[in-house]
Design a binder for this molecule. Structure first.
Ligand SMILES: Cc1cc2nc3c(=O)[nH]c(=O)nc-3n(C[C@H](O)[C@H](O)[C@H](O)COP(=O)(O)OP(=O)(O)OC[C@H]3O[C@@H](n4cnc5c(N)ncnc54)[C@H](O)[C@@H]3O)c2cc1C
Length: 532
């Protein structure tokens, strides 16, 4: 089968990611192994053809929508390659970048691995492992994301409040550089010296470069990660395919929690929900009891989001199984707790009830999931919100092709979150736009989404996001905590970095990719000019 194929109508589905950013490409390739990936990258370098890496194409910022050249689709590099255990007893899994999260989860839950190609040591390591004993914590809520894409965006999601983002669970990477050379980077072993980096190359030699002179935001951020003496693995986590192509990952697995409990509490007002979240995070208002437990998820849904799902339930057969909402709901907060023994849940429930009552909640208006089936219902409800947005945007795009998903994922620290939340509400309420707010309130970043119906509304939405980017920058936050700047949020990235820092990032990119072939149109702006 020919590796580099002409782009034809049959491949039209590879021109856009989940953000609905329409791209274009002249060629497409589906490598099945690192050698083929290297061949494709070399072909691009020799022919000066830009390329865009594609994983699961679930990204929400247009990063995988090709701007031109080659769509380098990694979906056929989806094998699990082997397993090892270190001296501390931790398990590590080697995977290809196109492996989907759902495939990984299934393999771990059922202990179902295709062992062809595994070495003897890997097979031996796997032998005593029990089905469901190990898990990979990052959960960008969309299970068809690929591991390579999750690493390239440092995906976070609903459970990162407890477990951290993808970065925290990737131990090693193999990366194909723009000229086809390959580097293997191991966390703890390969580090910058100050701001000088030296990447060991397969076959000998090293790739040398200098890091920018500044550190990227200390807050949760999906973009480039720059620190003195940093682990070089982290340079590629968040670079969205602009510095190199991840051809293999070594994932660090954790013992799976034996029990997961979920609760969705409905509140009469956003202020009650904010007070509840503060208390659950260990910052209770005066008069609210302490809550000495750690939640694995803290998710918020505003009234517009709940109303939207109720409307969609009547329209979409797949949503009929969604629970009926309590009467007079205004907003809701979903909490999840992970633990080892069902008895652990009793003190959590007792303390949470006290908090709930103190902040104006109501036991009668709280859904509690005590088993896996009930939990899946709550998670299905949570996932129905982005799914509904997707359906609405697809419809709106039929009338106005320029429309894409307009979702923000800006993050600030605990001290600034309430201020940012009120800015979102104030600015959106002053418009006639359709909007909702939902998402990861536990980590101070919710997702205001604008459901634009016309070109004017779409442009108005972008202008509001730019204003918020300035607000967030003033608060020391990040313009994208988990989706990345991709193509849609490049202007916001420029606001956050400013022209000087952007120039330094462009210089880093030029050192790695002098021909400017990797991920054209993603994150970076050249000379202050923003190409959309
Ligand atoms: C319903 C829904 C809910 C979501 N919720 C969340 C959430 O809660 N948290 C969150 O973090 N994200 C969320 N996302 C966004 C998305 O799932 C994540 O960004 C995910 O990490 C993207 O993975 P992917 O494989 O689909 O990447 P793609 O969309 O294919 O690519 C994303 C970027 O990574 C680059 N890339 C892909 N593979 C590689 C590689 N091997 N090497 C180098 N670069 C590569 C691409 O060029 C692109 O720039 C959600 C998406 C949807 C549709």
């Amino acid at each position: 089968m020919q590796l580099i194929r002409k782009m034809t109508a049959e491949y039209a589905g590879y021109l856009f990611d989940e953000s609905r950013t329409m791209g274009q490409a002249d060629f497409i390739a589906f490598p099945t192994c690192e050698d083929e990936l290297v061949q494709a990258v070399r072909w691009c370098a020799e022919n000066n053809v830009p390329l865009t890496a594609q994983g699961g194409m679930t990204g929400l910022a247009g990063g995988a929508s090709p701007e031109r050249g080659l769509a380098l689709n990694l979906s056929r590099m989806n094998r699990i390659l082997g397993m090892r255990r270190d001296e501390s007893g931790a398990y590590f899994l080697r995977v290809q970048p196109g492996l989907l999260l759902t495939q990984l989860r299934r393999a771990l839950a059922a202990k179902s691995f295709d062992l062809s190609g595994w070495d003897e040591a890997s097979v031996e390591t796997l032998r005593p492992v029990k089905a469901g004993e190990l898990f990979f914590p990052p959960d960008p809520t969309e299970p068809t994301a690929s591991l390579g894409g999750m690493a390239a965006c440092n995906a976070c999601g609903a459970r990162s409040v407890l477990y951290g983002c993808t970065r925290a669970h990737v131990n090693a990477l193999r990366v194909v550089l723009a000229d086809g050379r390959v580097t293997r980077l191991v966390r703890g072993r390969d580090r910058a010296r100050g701001r000088h980096i030296s990447l060991p190359l397969e076959g000998g030699g090293a790739f040398e470069a200098e890091l920018p002179s500044f550190d990227t935001p200390p807050i949760k951020d999906a973009g480039y990660y720059i620190r003195e003496n940093m682990d070089l693995v982290d340079l590629f986590m968040g670079s969205q395919g602009t510095l190199g192509l991840i051809s293999e990952l070594e994932l660090r697995l954790m013992p799976a929690p034996k029990h997961l409990w979920g609760l969705t509490a409905f509140f009469p007002d956003d202020e009650n929900a904010l007070a509840y979240v503060r208390a659950v995070k260990g910052r209770p208002d005066q008069g609210v009891p302490a809550f000495p437990h750690r939640a694995a998820s803290i998710e918020f849904f505003n009234k517009n989001a709940l109303d939207m799902v109720v409307r969609q339930k009547a329209l979409t057969p797949a949503f009929r199984q969604l629970q009926e909402l309590p009467e007079n709901y205004n907003c809701a907060v979903y909490l999840e707790f992970n633990g080892g023994d069902p008895a652990e849940m009793l003190p959590i429930l007792r303390d949470l009830t006290k908090v709930l009552l103190a902040v104006g909640g109501d036991i009668e208006r709280t859904w509690v999931a005590r088993d896996q089936l009930e939990l899946e219902q709550l998670l299905f409800f949570r996932h129905s919100i982005p799914e509904t947005i997707d359906l609405i945007i697809e419809e709106n795009k039929k009338k106005e092709p320029c429309i894409t998903i307009l979702s923000t994922d800006m993050a600030v620290d605990d001290d600034h979150f309430d201020e940012l939340f009120h800015i979102y509400k104030r600015d959106l309420s002053a418009t006639s736009l359709q909007w909702i707010i939902f998402g990861h309130i536990g980590e101070n970043h919710v997702h205001p989404n604008i459901l634009a119906r016309t070109k004017e509304e779409y442009e108005q939405g972008h202008a509001i996001f730019e204003k918020w980017a300035r607000d967030v920058h003033r608060m020391g936050g990040s313009i994208s905590a988990e989706h990345g700047a991709g193509k849609i949020k490049k202007k916001l990235a420029l606001i956050m970095y400013g022209p000087e820092k952007m120039r330094e990032l462009v210089n880093l990119k030029r050192a790695f990719d002098p021909q400017g072939l990797l991920g054209p149109g993603n994150i970076l702006t050249y000379g202050g000019e923003v190409r959309s």
